[in-house]
Design a binder for this molecule. Structure first.
Ligand SMILES: C[S@@+](CC[C@H](N)C(=O)[O-])C[C@H]1O[C@@H](n2cnc3c(N)ncnc32)[C@H](O)[C@@H]1O
Length: 385
């Protein structure tokens, strides 16, 4: 089992469990671990590395673990295979647990651990018990549709995080401002790993902002940085702002002077779009930074070199001399998306879809619920005449 535990599927299983991926996804990965069936070895792995470890650490969300255990047992029994005693014991522990049903008590916040697994061809890394990864614990909500939008993890923030970790050179030593509804703070925490000079995070919702600060603290404790390199250990370098786009004050925005503006999943409410665009336009107009004079080309996808008509090359050029924004978005309503483009154009902003031009690593291979292809990445800059 020790040998098996280092195979990718097993790492994916434990990562998916801690990220609280849908339990059906966990079952699929469990089958993959056992070559098509949830063998006794796989069950022992689930029992020891997922469940027992969670109990020992005093973590875990009871309804989620119960649901997973029930599905594993059902799956194994349906295949007329042997269920190991430990799984029955663990299910009975959770069925009678005094922790009860957190959801029934109205507690819908959970800690999800998002592990970014570094792809590696290096055999040394593959056989290492601790492959290189960035683990981000996040306090977040299970009720994303009940007024808790800012406390859920949205696909665009996963995409933007993968982009940041794929192209750290674009962000290191830059002043970055995720002004556009930072939510749980995943993007900001990933930024902290690529050594920017400053990070400012903001949200218009006060309870989201309180949760964001909690997540920064969580990561301050749990994330390993080189001691003098941790920007999260330097409170001067990470700031949280309450910023409602509708009431943003131009002079306050001008003081921020970011090199890079980031936003994930913020294009969804047509009423907010003019205010959102106004904030982006103000931030992109104000910076004349020294750090921007150094040219840092964005990693090009091999097939994208010839496509100069997309405006990508102009965007790359602009990024060397002026601030730019990266906005990741899932297109849920094409009219809203087009409206954003229209308002941005009127604000003299150039918006380029750079999704196909960038090189992005798959850091979340275990996250079957995340559809990377559903996310578009927009590069935005101010068109000066
Ligand atoms: C769909 S969530 C995305 C959160 C985060 N960026 C992510 O991708 O996980 C939208 C975020 O924008 C914030 N937001 C919505 N409207 C806003 C406004 N008018 N001003 C400031 N923030 C706003 C919400 O509070 C929420 O955190």
């Amino acid at each position: 089992m020790k040998g098996d535990a280092i195979r990718p599927a097993w790492v994916h299983l434990v990562s998916a469990f801690h990220a609280m991926e849908p339990t059906d996804s966990l079952i699929s990965i469990s089958r993959e671990c056992g070559g098509g069936a949830i063998t006794e070895d796989v069950q022992h792995f689930i029992s020891d590395r997922c469940i027992t470890k969670t109990i020992t650490d005093g973590k875990g969300h009871t309804p989620y673990i119960k649901s997973f255990l029930k599905k594993v047992i059902l799956e194994v029994e349906s295949a007329a295979d042997v269920v190991i005693d430990e799984l029955y014991e663990q299910l009975s522990f959770y069925m009678t647990s005094l922790k009860g049903d957190d959801l029934a008590k109205g507690t819908s916040r959970v800690i999800r651990e998002i592990s970014f697994l570094y792809p590696t061809d290096n055999i040394e890394d593959q056989v290492s018990q601790s492959p290189r990864k960035v683990v981000v614990p996040l306090n977040c909500s299970l009720n994303m549709l009940e007024g808790d939008t800012g406390c859920s993890i949205w696909p665009s923030s996963l995409f933007l995080s993968e982009f940041i970790l794929s192209c750290p050179e674009l962000f290191s030593m830059k002043s970055c401002f995720e002004q556009l509804g930072s939510g749980v703070g995943l993007v900001g925490i990933c930024l902290a790993h690529v050594k920017p000079s400053k990070v400012v995070l903001s949200d218009g919702d006060l309870s989201t902002l309180a949760n964001l600060k909690l997540n920064l603290e969580l990561n301050h404790v749990n994330t390993k940085f080189g001691s003098s390199e941790s920007i999260l250990e330097d409170p001067c370098k990470v700031k949280c702002l309450h910023l409602l786009w509708e009431s943003a004050v131009e002079s306050d925005l001008q003081d921020l002077m970011p090199d890079i503006v980031l936003g994930a999943d913020v294009i969804y409410d047509p009423q907010c779009i003019p205010h959102l665009v106004n904030v982006i336009a103000t931030l992109l107009t104000t910076k004349k930074s020294n750090s921007l004079h150094k040219e840092v080309p964005i990693a090009l996808d091999d097939q994208s070199n010839s496509d100069s008509s997309s405006g990508y090359e102009e965007f790359v050029l602009a990024s060397t001399t002026q601030p730019v924004a990266y906005i990741a978005s899932v297109v849920r309503n094409i009219n809203t998306y087009n409206y954003f483009h229209k308002v941005a154009l009127e604000a003299n902003l150039k918006v380029v879809d750079i999704t196909e031009n960038i090189k992005i690593f798959n850091f979340l291979p275990y996250m079957l619920s995340y559809q990377r292809s559903s996310v578009r990445l927009l590069g935005i800059y101010q068109a000066f005449h």
